[in-house]
Design a protein around this ligand. Structure first.
Ligand SMILES: Cc1cc2nc3c(=O)[nH]c(=O)nc-3n(C[C@H](O)[C@H](O)[C@H](O)COP(=O)(O)OP(=O)(O)OC[C@H]3O[C@@H](n4cnc5c(N)ncnc54)[C@H](O)[C@@H]3O)c2cc1C
Length: 652
């Protein structure tokens, strides 16, 4: 019953688009090559690698089944491809317009927003009591991958709304929920996240926005926030801003920060829209990417008439905001995955079609025929590098989402803490590693396209531009790396990192028994041992005057950490794929013939898929994991040159 909206609202799409019941054995309707996401890999990660159907045994998710998930996934794909995707290049060309104090979004976004909200996608993981569908987070994550890949700038409007409404659900009074939350979850109003100020970017504690308590218990808000995503627009009649501010007289720094709900228009007691709340848009940024998302300067209380309501308790603003952070940072990971997967899928298609140059083994033959560029070793290498990273990042993100679900259904506090601890530990890795690698994937996609990739007639240049912001907002990647090294490694006395390391170790022990991949598992084992060694080294330095070394090397450390985690997921997938592949060979009676096995890769989509999983893991092991030990040794060498070099020596 609860899924009625999600499934039925999407039947408006034309059936002829959905060409077949493909994806061998998965019983799932797919759009032939959606050019955005490898749906077969999504199903592999969900059901073959993570085994998320275990969730459906719990009463919280008892309404769900694998079949239902396949249907929802298919609907998400259709919405993304047929509704969100066409508005993506349009949004980029049109951008957001700021005229006479008002902001308008790209025209096509209006219809997209309506269909998105009607489809029940505003809050699919929330309880039906508040208008949600009660879906597991991991299932929603997989579904929303299509949307992230199809039109990320649009998705920022509902995405931020969801985050802000969740804050109200968790910390708001009943009155605030009735006044704001339901309308936001229904897509009638939107929400934002207002932290940044001209003098307070990474250093949130330096903010200057003030709140003065009024006799009726509300607060008068004064200050300027900059770079506020979706800060103003004409998509909905009202916008609710959670704003960080300091109550007059409260201590400086983050400890003195409170959070307030500030509507663009005041809301009357009967729920109708009241007068403008003295929130004025000063500017909309002109930026290199995500042009359909309005990045605004907001001035609160220029005329002393901006009223805010305290959310939660006084001076607990940062604590409240932190609840939004994990979700927001997971979404930045999703944004990165979305751009990377779309760039990769496009690059593969292009490489199969673009004919240029002769095969390397026919270089001296003047009559040799030109071939599609996918036949050139360097292009194949690039594509495999992209594939390995995209699939590894997908698994990392789904795994974190799955841990969030497992924390929700844990029977004991100890179990809940274990899953929650893994989420906390992996969130900075998800945010920073995914966004760094996604940029490289998008850049490699442009290289595969050659000169055409640099031109706006092809979508990869937009992916590249839209992707860049992911390393900057939601806490820059530099700050994420410090968070991992300075806080997360040591949290719960190192128990969370030890839990993760034991998982990786168990996987190594299992996969190294597999004859076909054991040589590659050895690279993972070597990298894993080097990472543990470096982590212990950092722990020792943390207790001494050498604490600067982990801080100086936080960025390469996070990259190494990410490489090992991703490598472990890829190797785990390869072990599983090898089992499936051998079973398929037995089933088809070709297990004794190398030639027939090879031929089957071209004929059978499942064989090709599993073969690809193994190839990605082997390549990642040789190309990436093989370098980890040397990188760890270099860090341990203890070079302090970046600290020692004088400011004056950076340039002449
Ligand atoms: C398109 C866009 C959308 C945005 N959306 C929002 C939004 O919706 N809401 C919102 O509140 N903000 C938003 N922001 C702001 C964004 O979160 C900030 O830009 C970001 O936090 C960095 O702050 P800053 O730009 O002031 O850079 P700075 O803080 O000045 O940082 C500059 C550089 O110095 C480094 N640095 C700073 N301090 C340290 C330190 N202690 N140690 C090591 N390195 C350090 C940083 O990592 C960075 O590399 C958005 C920004 C953009 C561009």
């Amino acid at each position: 019953m609860r899924l009625r909206v999600l499934l039925s609202a999407l039947t408006f799409r034309k059936r002829e688009y959905f060409l077949e019941n493909a994806n061998a054995g998965n019983g799932r309707e797919v759009i032939m090559s959606n050019m955005l996401v490898n749906t077969r890999d999504q199903l592999f990660v969900l059901f073959e690698q993570l085994g998320v159907e275990k969730l459906f045994e719990n009463e919280k998710f008892a309404d769900f089944s694998k079949e239902l998930v396949l249907m929802i996934q298919s609907e998400a794909e259709k919405l993304a491809v047929h509704v969100l995707l066409p508005a993506y290049p349009e949004g980029d060309k049109e951008g957001c317009i700021f005229k006479e104090g008002k902001v308008s979004v790209p025209a096509s976004f209006h219809e997209v927003f309506r269909k998105y909200a009607e489809g029940g996608w505003m809050c699919p993981t929330e309880s039906p009591d508040v208008g949600g569908q009660g879906l597991p987070i991991v299932v929603t994550t997989a579904c929303s991958e299509f949307m992230f890949a199809a039109n990320f700038p649009f998705l920022m409007y509902p995405g931020l709304t969801h985050g802000a409404a969740r804050l109200i659900e968790q910390f708001g009074t009943e009155e605030q929920k009735n006044k704001y939350m339901y309308n936001m979850y229904a897509g009638k109003w939107t929400g934002t996240m207002c932290l940044t100020e001209p003098g307070a970017g990474s250093d949130v504690g330096a903010l200057k926005t003030t709140a003065k308590k009024l006799p009726d218990g509300t607060y008068s808000i004064t200050g300027t926030k900059i770079f506020i995503s979706c800060g103003d627009h004409d998509l909905t009649e009202n916008i609710i801003h959670p704003v960080l501010a300091r109550i007059e007289g409260d201590p400086s720094g983050t400890a003195g920060i409170s959070i307030f709900l500030v509507p663009k228009y005041r809301v009357n007691d009967d729920g109708s829209i009241g007068e403008l709340n003295d929130v004025r848009t000063g500017n909309v940024e002109h930026k290199m990417g995500i042009k359909g998302s309005a990045t605004c300067t907001l001035n609160f209380g220029d005329e002393g008439k901006c009223i805010g309501e305290l959310l939660g308790k006084e001076r607990q603003g940062m604590r409240v905001m932190f609840h939004m952070m994990n979700e927001a940072r997971l979404e930045v990971g999703m944004q990165s995955l979305g751009h990377a997967t779309a760039a990769y899928e496009h690059a593969v298609q292009y490489a199969k079609e673009r004919v240029q140059g002769v095969p390397v083994w026919e270089m001296k033959n003047p009559d040799a025929k030109a071939v599609p560029i996918i036949h050139h070793p360097d292009i194949r290498r690039k594509l495999l590098w992209m594939k390995a990273h995209v699939e590894g990042i997908r698994t990392l993100i789904y795994f974190i989402a799955y841990c969030m679900d497992l924390a929700k259904i844990s029977n004991t506090e100890q179990e809940r803490e274990k899953w929650h601890g893994l989420v906390e530990l992996l969130i900075p890795v998800c945010k920073a590693y995914s966004s760094e690698k996604a940029q490289l994937v998008c850049s490699a996609a442009i290289d595969v396209y050659g000169g055409y990739g640099y031109c706006s007639d092809y979508p990869v240049e937009q992916y590249f531009r839209d992707c860049k912001i992911a390393s900057i907002y939601e806490g820059t990647n530099g700050i994420q790396c410090l968070d991992l090294v300075g806080r997360k490694l040591g949290q719960r006395k190192g128990m969370d990192v030890m839990n993760l390391f034991s998982e990786i170790n168990a996987n190594i022990m299992k996969t190294k028994l597999d004859e076909d991949i054991k040589r590659h598992v050895a690279y993972l084992e070597e990298a894993y041992n080097a990472l543990i060694d470096l982590t212990m080294h950092f722990a020792q330095l943390g207790k001494s005057a050498g604490f600067l070394m982990p801080i100086l090397n936080a960025t390469p450390y996070l990259e190494i950490f990410g490489d090992v985690v991703i490598g472990h997921f890829l190797v785990q997938a390869a072990g599983l794929a090898n089992e499936k592949l051998n079973a398929l060979y037995r089933e088809k009676g070709v297990e004794d013939s190398k030639g027939k096995k090879r031929a089957l890769v071209r004929e059978d989509r499942d064989v090709a898929f599993y073969y690809g999983k193994i190839a990605a893991a082997k390549f990642f092991a040789v190309d990436v994991l093989s370098a980890v030990k040397a990188k760890c040794e270099a860090i341990k060498f203890g070079e302090k040159i970046p600290i020692e070099i004088a400011d004056e020596s950076f340039t002449y």
